[in-house]
Design a protein around this ligand. Structure first.
Ligand SMILES: [Zn+2]
Length: 419
């Protein structure tokens, strides 16, 4: 058996790993890098392509397979959200006047080729998917073939969040021959989630006291719904006072519809509610002009580099009564949000915009931090562990921590390992 480390190696983005046996060849994820186009960089001769979750850095390159009628495996919500994100990507490429070889028919074809399964059997190989936490519908994948067991975590999270159960190490196969594990936060331990949420509410409350606006850029999938639900519940419970709260993102609103329909992906508490993502205090708006200030606004893009979040950042940054809450741990180096945070001013359409608003980074991430990564390795005791989906220094930091438990290896991009 061979493992080919094709993408998302010593970096975050463009994940793709191939597992090849005598008879079968399977891809684990088929992603693109943020800001890069769909390409033909990965092989296409797969018997199955397993998609761990609906983030484009794990699924965005599927378009390049659409002509070949691939067998794609993943959860239902991963299929539907991936299709929407791919259509959105095509729309943006066309809007920007870029040449783009793919269209919505390719996305339709990807959907037709999708097998919504938690397990499949190929000749001499069985594949099982397990809940991974991280985002709705995210899965880990185990492959059993030629007497060997391989477990690929994809992106995962062990702790429970308000709307999603974490992954359960006790339900995963023990002592796999190879564990292929993400290492995004390999060198980083975050505050407990409850402390981060307190921090968020304190930031919102102090802004409300001075009647300011709160801008919360958030990704259309999962982070928007999670944040809206969190604030809605806090107002329901009286933790936050009544205030205008809005979400602005056509794509996020469509995905919110799936969240109401596919309740089984969420916690028991969410499943008990009739329409859990029809909020009491949070209104869905189509345009920023509909905002009644002062307000809390959750909107796309999550990096604040386009759409409503860039528009509001530009309008609100100069006022010291306002605040901006950054959720994401990672921001692209050129993003206005990153520049606003670090330099105290940014340039938009040739205008220099001073940043007087408070800019707070509160990392309510869906990734395991170093503590949870170690926890998983301890629980599974893999023979060998391969660190992927993390910058080299993150992977190296994790490697040091787990080398007493397992044989650790940080592969090079395009490296092949024989098992
Ligand atoms: Zn992800």
């Amino acid at each position: 058996m061979k493992i080919h480390f094709l993408g998302g190696i010593q970096e975050v983005g463009g994940s793709c790993i191939a597992v090849e046996t005598e008879n079968e060849k399977v891809a684990l994820d088929y992603g693109i890098k943020v800001g890069e186009k769909v390409s033909n960089q990965f092989p296409k001769d797969f018997d199955a392509v397993i998609i761990s979750h609906a983030h484009l850095d794990h699924s965005g390159n599927l378009l390049s397979l659409s002509g070949g009628n691939p067998v794609i495996v993943g959860s239902k919500i991963t299929r539907d959200v991936t299709a929407d994100l791919l259509r959105d990507m095509i729309k943006i490429q066309h809007m920007n006047g870029n040449h783009f070889s793919y269209n919505n028919r390719d996305v339709d074809n990807i959907e037709k080729c999708w097998w919504v399964r938690d397990s499949i059997a190929l000749p001499g190989m069985s594949i099982q998917l397990y809940p991974a936490g991280h985002v709705a519908g995210a899965k880990m994948t185990s492959i059993h073939a030629e007497g060997k067991e391989i477990l690929y975590t994809g992106d995962f999270c062990i702790h429970d969040t308000e709307i999603l159960d974490g992954s359960k190490p006790e339900n995963l196969p023990k002592k796999p021959d190879a564990l292929i594990i993400e290492s995004t936060y390999g060198g980083k331990t975050r505050l407990q989630r409850s402390e981060l949420i307190d921090q968020l509410f304190r930031q919102i409350l102090s802004t409300i006291e001075r009647k300011g606006n709160v801008l919360i850029p958030a990704f259309a999938f999962h982070r928007s719904q999670e944040m809206a639900k969190r604030i809605d519940q806090a107002m329901e419970d009286g933790i936050l006072p009544n205030y205008h709260v809005y979400t602005i993102s056509k794509l996020a609103h469509k995905i919110t519809g799936y969240f109401n329909s596919y309740k089984r992906f969420f916690t028991e508490e969410i499943q008990k509610q009739k329409q859990p993502f029809n909020y009491q205090h949070v209104k869905q708006l189509r345009r920023t002009e509909q905002i009644k200030e002062p307000a809390i606004v959750i909107c796309t893009s999550g990096f604040g580099h386009a759409g409503a979040s860039l528009h509001l950042l530009t309008e609100w940054a100069a006022d010291e009564d306002n605040s901006v809450v950054i959720n994401s741990g990672y921001l692209p180096p050129e993003s206005p949000l990153k520049i606003a945070k670090e330099k105290g001013e940014f340039i938009e359409k040739g205008n220099k915009i001073p940043v007087q608003a408070e800019v707070e980074q509160i990392e309510l991430s869906g990734h395991a931090d170093q503590r949870e990564l170690i926890q998983l390795v301890r629980a599974l005791k893999p023979k060998r562990t391969f660190l992927v989906h993390g910058e080299l220094e993150q992977a190296q930091a994790l490697s040091k921590k787990i080398s007493g438990i397992t044989e650790v290896y940080i592969p090079e991009r395009k490296e092949t390992i024989a098992m």
